[in-house]
Structure formats: structure tokens, C-alpha cells
Design a protein around this ligand. Structure first.
Ligand SMILES: NC(=O)c1ccc[n+]([C@@H]2O[C@H](COP(=O)([O-])OP(=O)(O)OC[C@H]3O[C@@H](n4cnc5c(N)ncnc54)[C@H](O)[C@@H]3O)[C@@H](O)[C@H]2O)c1
Ligand SMILES: O=c1ccn([C@@H]2O[C@H](COP(=O)(O)OP(=O)(O)O[C@H]3O[C@H](CO)[C@@H](O)[C@H](O)[C@H]3O)[C@@H](O)[C@H]2O)c(=O)[nH]1
Length: 332
């Protein structure tokens, strides 16, 4: 009765592994360490270094660890990078997910939880975005995730496996107890970068575009605390184990902040007025993404504990400071 967490040496996967362990579950992490860190895998979890697309390896570890459910976080995650290297994204996010799903079905795994994204909606006609809005991604990243969602939908009809695809909006913050946080090798996320600028790891922050059709001209996103998101995974697993029907669910709080509002919050909480420069728009960025977030609350009974931008920023800053002592800060 073990949960396989792919990508559990990465940011969100390591928090989910912690949440599972906190809930009394057994966990085995599979990660190729392309972005994650061995030390980020929680102490109570078993670890296997390898690729989630390695069918034989997955079959073996499922048998060795008595795996009954999979949470699939492993993937490539940077929207603008996917525009430059689309085939890499289709390989890692779609082809490898297909192999993992095949191994899951062949091994008789009954429950599968997938890390999807608000990126599947593309440029939505309106906000908040509901799950039944059309999937029209505007980046290869979003398409690569949408294709995996569709594979899982078809596989769940044909096989005895139910699934939940959680469509995350913008994940930020860190474990409130300081046990985990974001340490990706190539940080691109706004709150991470602003936290690095506030703690002196970066010299400044750039705003990618000030001419969007939003009140202050900068993009609006729905920032969700990583620990609330990790908890949604534990609830999704219970839901599937209790016979819940397969579904897709947005994960966000249903409210948005602009890039400028986030920068102000980081300056306010840190007390550091770091330099901010204006830069060109980044490819693949929709103007506003805000979750319609009723379904995850209604179906999973999810009640967030950290719906507070200042708290999210505080935890991100605390983690960034703690990284200095761990000497694992990546070059900015
Ligand atoms: N961070 C966000 O805001 C966000 C939003 C929406 C969706 N997601 C999705 O959540 C998941 C986790 O994202 P994250 O922010 O924790 O990223 P991350 O880069 O910190 O973690 C991903 C982990 O997967 C591992 N990995 C990558 N490819 C692998 C492979 N083929 N086999 C085994 N391990 C592999 C990496 O080494 C890393 O540890 C991703 O699928 C991402 O697309 C993230
Ligand atoms: O240095 C920076 C970094 C970001 N931004 C802007 O901040 C916003 C948020 O960007 P970022 O934090 O990089 O997140 P997104 O590009 O919105 O994508 C994240 O959120 C998506 C879901 O909404 C996920 O699918 C992706 O994996 C995840 O990277 C965007 O408008 C960026 O242009 C800046 O202006 N300057």
C-alpha cells in the first residue's frame, strides 16, 4: 500500500511526499534528478533514481514496493522554454507519461493523480476559468499536459484505473515548518525570483511586459500555497480510493494578483526595495489566469489553510534564507 511519487525530489512532489507521510502513508519517490535534489526527498520516503518513462524500472519498483497508487509530478515545467524546445517537452511530458501510464495499467494500479496545469486553457475567454472551458493551450508545455490528460481519460475508460488531473494555477511558497521549498536549478517563477532578489541572490527582477489588458498592465495569476496544493493531492487519493469518478479539477484560490502586486508584497514582507526593470513580454504568457475553484472544494472537501499572499511570500522568503545555509543556491 505505497504511493509512487514521480518527481518527488522536485518542488511540489517533495511537498506532496511530506503530506502523504504526515497522513501516515508509505511513499516511494522516483526522480531522475534532472532538476530535483536527492536531499529534497523527505527522510521517511524510499528513493529510486531513474526515469518515469522507463517502463521496466517502473514495473519493478511497483512490485518491489507494493505500489497501489501513482502521483505523477515528474516533468518539464517552464512555459517559455517549451516554446523554444517543443519536442523536448512532448517527450518528457507526454511520451514519458504514456510509458508510465502503460506501466500503471499493466501493473494493475487502480489510482493515478496527474500534475496538470492552468496552461491547458491557453488564453481563456473570461475568468474565473471553469474546468469545462475549452482546452486551447498557447504553449507546447500546455499542449504536452493536455495530451497526457486525454490519454488518462481514455485509459481510465478502457482499464480499471480512475484518475484525477489537478490543474494547478501558480504554485508558490514553502512548507510552513521549513522542511521543503523550491530549489529548482533554473528558477523562473515570479515569487521565487522576487524572493531571490529580496535576499540578495539576484541583483534585480525584470517585469515581462507592462502592456497587457489588465488594470496595471501586468499579468494576473492565481497563486496557491504549495502546502495547500500538496494537501489536495492527499484528498484526491482518498477520493479515488473511495471510488470517486475520474475528473479534472482546478487548484487555485479563485483570486488573482498582478506581477506588480506580487512585487509590492515581496518588498513589503521582506523590507527590501530591490531593483525592478521593465523587459519585453515573454512568449506564451496569457494576460490573466484565475481559477474557478469550487469543484476541488466540493468534490474533495479541500479547505485551504494558506490563502494569503503575504503568508505565501513569507514562507518563500524563509526558505530562500534557509538555502543560504545549505549552500545549494543555484547561480542566478
Ligand atoms: N510549479 C508550478 O507552478 C506548476 C504549475 C502547474 C503544474 N506544475 C506541474 O507540477 C509538476 C511538478 O512541478 P515542480 O514545480 O515541482 O517542478 P520541479 O522541476 O521542481 O520538479 C519536477 C521533478 O521531476 C523530475 N523529473 C523531470 N523529468 C523526469 C523524468 N523524465 N523522470 C523522472 N523524474 C523527472 C525533476 O528532476 C524534478 O525533481 C510538473 O509536472 C509541472 O508541470 C507546476
Ligand atoms: O522574473 C519574472 C518572472 C515572471 N514574471 C511574470 O510573472 C507571471 C508569472 O510567471 P511564472 O511565475 O513564471 O509562472 P507562469 O508562467 O504563469 O507558469 C506557472 O504557472 C503555470 C500555471 O498557471 C504552470 O503551468 C507553470 O508550470 C508554472 O511555471 C508571468 O506573467 C510572467 O511573465 C515576470 O514578470 N518576471
Amino acid at each position: 500500500m505505497t504511493v509512487l511519487v514521480t518527481g518527488g525530489a522536485g518542488y511540489i512532489g517533495s511537498h506532496a511526499a511530506l503530506a502523504l507521510l504526515d497522513a501516515g502513508r508509505k511513499v516511494v519517490v522516483l526522480d531522475n534528478l534532472s532538476q530535483g535534489h536527492r536531499w529534497a526527498v523527505p527522510a521517511g520516503a524510499a528513493f529510486v533514481e531513474g526515469d518515469c518513462g522507463d517502463y521496466e524500472l517502473v514495473r519493478k519498483l511497483v512490485a518491489d514496493h507494493d505500489v497501489t497508487a501513482i502521483m505523477h509530478f515528474a516533468g518539464s515545467i517552464i512555459v517559455p522554454e517549451s516554446v523554444v524546445y517543443p519536442l523536448d517537452y512532448y517527450y518528457n511530458n507526454t511520451v514519458n507519461s504514456r510509458a508510465l501510464a502503460q506501466a500503471a495499467v499493466d501493473a494493475g494500479i487502480r489510482h493515478f493523480i496527474f500534475s496538470s496545469t492552468a496552461g491547458v486553457y491557453g488564453e481563456p475567454a473570461k475568468t474565473p476559468i471553469l474546468e469545462d472551458f475549452p482546452s486551447k493551450p498557447i504553449s507546447p508545455y500546455g499542449t504536452s499536459k493536455m495530451m497526457t490528460e486525454k490519454m488518462l481519460a481514455d485509459a481510465s475508460v478502457a482499464h480499471d484505473m480512475n484518475y484525477v488531473a489537478l490543474r494547478y494555477f501558480n504554485v508558490a511558497g514553502a512548507d510552513p515548518e521549513g522542511r521543503a521549498g523550491q530549489t529548482s536549478r533554473k528558477a523562473t517563477h515570479l515569487i521565487k525570483i522576487a524572493s531571490q532578489a529580496a535576499t540578495g541572490v539576484r541583483s534585480h527582477l525584470e517585469i515581462y511586459g507592462e502592456d497587457y489588458e489588465t488594470p496595471d498592465g501586468t499579468c494576473i495569476r492565481d497563486y496557491i500555497h504549495v502546502s495547500d496544493l500538496a494537501n489536495a493531492h492527499v484528498l484526491a487519493l482518498e477520493y479515488l480510493e473511495n471510488g470517486g469518478e475520474s475528473d479534472v479539477m482546478n487548484c487555485g484560490y479563485g483570486r488573482g494578483f498582478s506581477v506588480k502586486e506580487v512585487i509590492s508584497a515581496v518588498k513589503e514582507v521582506s523590507g527590501v526595495d530591490f531593483p525592478v526593470k521593465l523587459a519585453e513580454r515573454r512568449p506564451g504568457d496569457p494576460a490573466a489566469l484565475i481559477a474557478g475553484a469550487d469543484r476541488v472544494r466540493e468534490k474533495l472537501g479541500w479547505v485551504p489553510k494558506h490563502d494569503d499572499l503575504e503568508m505565501i511570500v513569507r514562507h518563500a522568503l524563509d526558505w530562500e534564507e534557509s538555502l543560504k545555509t545549505r549552500q545549494v543556491v543555484d547561480a542566478a
